[in-house]
Design a protein around this ligand. Structure first.
Ligand code: URA
Length: 306
């Protein structure tokens, strides 16, 4: 079975989703997906009920920078599918205002801590995470969850924070959501531990799976920043609203962050839904496939020096 077919099967994407073919019937450039204006503002609703009506198809190949033509506007305009030879356009997101206060006071203990983390190699970083007591989460954790994977990987995935299973096992995405994530990776030719590195914004589990607090994110961010700097991935795929908003320092809803390419420290970032949310929401599984097609395009272009 082709990767594409496997992915469609894994995600349960209905038969009406149509793949666009390159000239000559080669690999698809992008999947043609129904899109809705509501979807651009939806923010990973907790309900499993889809809010997406049956609207005409739009292709991500049509997207442009948000300032020119937001995904929502494109959806409203119900742009027809372009001819197969139309070039794929990777939309770049405009700069977003930062919601996170400027870094620590120069010379402060926090500034010194961040400077030290910024020079660590992998073993030192892993040890620093394992021994971290910078926020209260150290009191309730069983294990820190540093991240897992190939430290030369070209792909990096970033989730929110460890859950119960991850806290026990010390590895990210080992529960049901992790199984879906592994299947999604497999469909892209990636595998945990081989050509992708998986990490979280937070390295310790928030008790009861509550949302992370801003101070916890602030204390943990230097670790993720250093992981990214050491890894230098070609593309970062951010999983879910919380991770996307933390990494990109914005309160923009995930529906608006999807479909364009953001950057973090100069590295392209593609936003998609969290696998735990995808387990509940069939329609957004299809959108996740669209996002991964975009990420693959970004990855391949980075490799080609584009
Ligand atoms: N959800 C996440 O965001 N990360 C994990 O590691 C597990 C669940």
């Amino acid at each position: 079975m082709s990767r594409r077919a496997q992915f469609l099967e894994v995600l349960g994407i209905p038969a009406e989703w149509v793949l666009r073919q390159r000239d000559g019937g080669g690999e698809p450039q992008a999947i043609v997906l129904p899109e809705a204006a509501e979807a651009a503002t939806a923010d990973e609703p907790r309900s499993g009920v889809s809010a997406v009506p049956n609207v005409p198809a739009v292709s991500i190949a049509e997207s442009r920078p948000v300032a020119e033509a937001p995904v929502a506007a494109a959806a409203r305009a119900a742009v027809p599918t372009p001819p197969a030879e139309a070039p794929v356009t990777i939309a770049r997101a405009p700069a977003m205002p930062s919601l996170v206060p400027a870094g620590p006071e120069p010379g402060s203990a926090q500034a010194d801590r961040e400077s030290a983390i910024a020079t660590m190699d992998w073993p030192a970083l892993e040890a620093a995470v394992a021994g971290c007591t910078a926020c209260g989460l150290c009191q309730s954790r069983t294990n820190t969850v540093f991240g897992v994977g190939d430290r030369q990987a070209e792909w990096m995935l970033v989730g929110e924070a460890p859950g119960e299973n991850e806290d026990v096992q010390g590895e990210p995405f080992v529960g049901q959501a992790g199984k879906l994530l592994d299947n999604m990776l497999g469909s892209l030719g990636l595998a945990r531990g081989r050509n992708v590195f998986i990490a979280n914004v937070l390295k310790c589990r928030p008790p009861g799976n509550r949302n992370p607090e801003p101070d916890e994110v602030a204390q943990c961010e230097p670790f993720l920043r250093r992981q990214i700097a050491l890894l230098k991935p070609r593309v970062i795929v951010v999983l879910g609203r919380f991770a996307a908003q933390s990494l990109l320092r914005t309160t923009t809803p995930i529906g608006k962050l999807r479909g364009t390419v953001h950057t973090y420290e100069g590295i392209p970032v593609v936003v998609t839904y969290h696998p735990a949310y995808l387990l509940r929401t069939l329609t957004d599984k299809a959108r996740a496939w669209e996002d991964l097609c975009l990420a693959r395009e970004v990855h391949d272009r980075a490799g080609a020096g584009a």
